[in-house]
Design a protein around this ligand. Structure first.
Ligand code: G3H
Length: 458
């Protein structure tokens, strides 16, 4: 279960029960927690009450739109009770298959004390720990922007004819739930374990955060923000070691790598909006710092951004590793995520040390990260939700500026090619030869732009 360790064999089962009126960013928060914990190899799944309600309504030939838009007093309480029961049952069933550690997110309104007590009781009976997470929001600007996101992403409003229509439906739904809504309070629910976010993370109230896993979630949420923004990524320019097919080391850039460091200034000026406010992060290794050498912006060097440590294989080519350490070579191909070089690191180790980087990236905007192949794969996997078995095999080309456009409900990728040739450092499974993958699952998603012609290539 990743690097969360426990002393006995009792499974760690935690249910994060989301609380909040409609349009409070509940599903956004749920999805982010799922992504973060899954990236740390903790099995995590979100169960969406509204999605279950849609299924129930579908059978009754009606829509949630009609349900909440019609005379609210006609809403059938039994239907909502059935909806809650189904969601809870799904969660309990999911926990049946968790034998070490798992986190379920109950993504629903859960707006009354009675409902919350009932949920906690049912979970406790199955030895599942609970933490409530309320998104309380009275800032109209945040609510409006959430409704705009809902309109473009939620299946619940896919039949809405216009934005005005969606606003009306969501407002009716808010009105319906608001009547009985009871916000979490340290006086009325003093015994409950809860996190209360007020206007996203402007203020946070914590009550009985009594486990390691809960405090990790708190720390993560504190760093989140909802603003749409870009994160910029690049590998270092081609290095002397890259030319020789060697891994690791602390080599300088090749002449083509030097060219990339010059070109990068042009790409940054052309493609990065507000680049005057840009901050550049590099590793502590020469090749990333040389790549950043002409960028006239504040620079930070992070040890955490250093390349995966190849231990006793540092400075060798893959062909040399295959001959000198055939068992290791095979073991790494068999399970690249878990394999740890003797005296070095595994991809899992890299993820562990990257956690502070992810927190800082969630917290900031206008950052260009110049780092290494394995590290970029791990950062990319977090933002793009790439499974841990696939991420070590991602092809991340040299001499390419990568733009991640982070939006509330997803991330879009654009690769801007500097059009400066470079060797491939990509090694397929089962070979010691280098060469770009023809296998499409290993290629990054999104579009590709030529940094020379500005034209979209793909
Ligand atoms: O060893 C350095 C490489 O950048 C990591 O690549 O995990 O595909 O061997 P690899």
């Amino acid at each position: 279960m990743g690097h969360v360790t426990i002393a006995d064999s009792t499974p760690v089962k935690l249910c994060v029960v989301i609380v909040g009126l409609p349009a409070r960013g509940k599903s956004f928060i749920s999805q982010k927690i799922v992504r973060y914990l899954s990236w740390l190899s903790i099995p995590t799944e979100s169960f969406n009450c509204a999605a279950n309600l849609l299924k129930i309504l579908d059978k009754l030939n009606t829509t949630s739109n009609e349900l909440f838009t019609s005379d609210v007093s006609n809403i059938n309480d039994d239907l909502l009770v059935e909806n809650r029961k189904q969601t809870l049952n799904q969660i309990l069933k999911w926990f049946d298959n968790i034998d070490v550690c798992g986190v379920a997110i109950y993504d629903g309104i859960n707006g009354t004390r009675d409902e919350r007590n009932a949920i906690e009781k049912s979970l406790k009976e199955q030895n599942i720990d609970t933490v409530f997470l309320e998104s309380y929001c009275d800032d109209e600007t945040i609510i409006k922007s959430n409704i705009t996101d809902i309109e473009s992403t939620s299946p619940e409003y896919s039949t809405s004819k216009s934005m005005e229509d969606t606003f009306k439906s969501v407002s009716n739904k808010i009105h319906f739930y608001n009547n009985a809504y009871q916000s979490l309070s340290t006086t009325d629910e003093a015994d409950l374990s809860f996190i209360k976010l007020i206007n996203f993370s402007a203020q946070i109230v914590l009550n009985h955060i009594d486990s390691y896993l809960k405090s990790r979630i708190v720390y993560y949420i504190m760093n989140l923000h909802v603003k749409n923004r870009y994160i910029w990524l690049s590998r270092h320019g081609e290095s002397q070691y890259n030319l020789e097919g060697k891994i690791g080391g602390d080599a300088k850039l090749s002449p083509r790598g030097e060219k990339y460091s010059v070109k990068l200034v042009e790409l940054v000026n052309k493609y990065i909006p507000n680049h005057d406010k840009l901050e550049v992060w590099t590793s502590t290794l020469k090749r990333t710092q040389q790549t950043a050498q002409f960028l006239p912006f504040p620079q930070k060097q992070w040890k955490a951004l250093d390349e995966l440590d190849a231990g006793s294989c540092d400075g060798l080519t893959y062909e040399e590793i295959a001959v000198k350490f055939p068992e290791d070579f095979k073991a790494r191909d068999d399970n690249k995520f878990e394999y740890r070089y003797p005296g070095g690191e595994s991809y899992r180790d890299v993820i562990t040390r990257l956690e502070p980087i992810i927190m800082a990236l969630e917290n900031q905007e206008n950052v260009l990260v110049i780092t290494h192949q394995a590290v970029l794969r791990c950062i990319y996997a977090y933002f793009m939700n790439v499974h841990q078995e696939e991420s070590p095999w991602m092809s991340i080309p040299l001499h390419t500026l990568i733009r991640l456009e982070i939006k509330a409900y997803g991330t879009q990728v654009t690769r801007i090619k500097a059009d400066i040739p470079a060797v491939s450092t990509y090694k397929e499974k089962g070979t010691s030869k280098l060469g770009e993958s023809k296998n499409s699952i290993n290629v990054m998603s999104g579009s590709v732009i030529s940094g020379i012609t500005d034209k979209v290539i793909k």
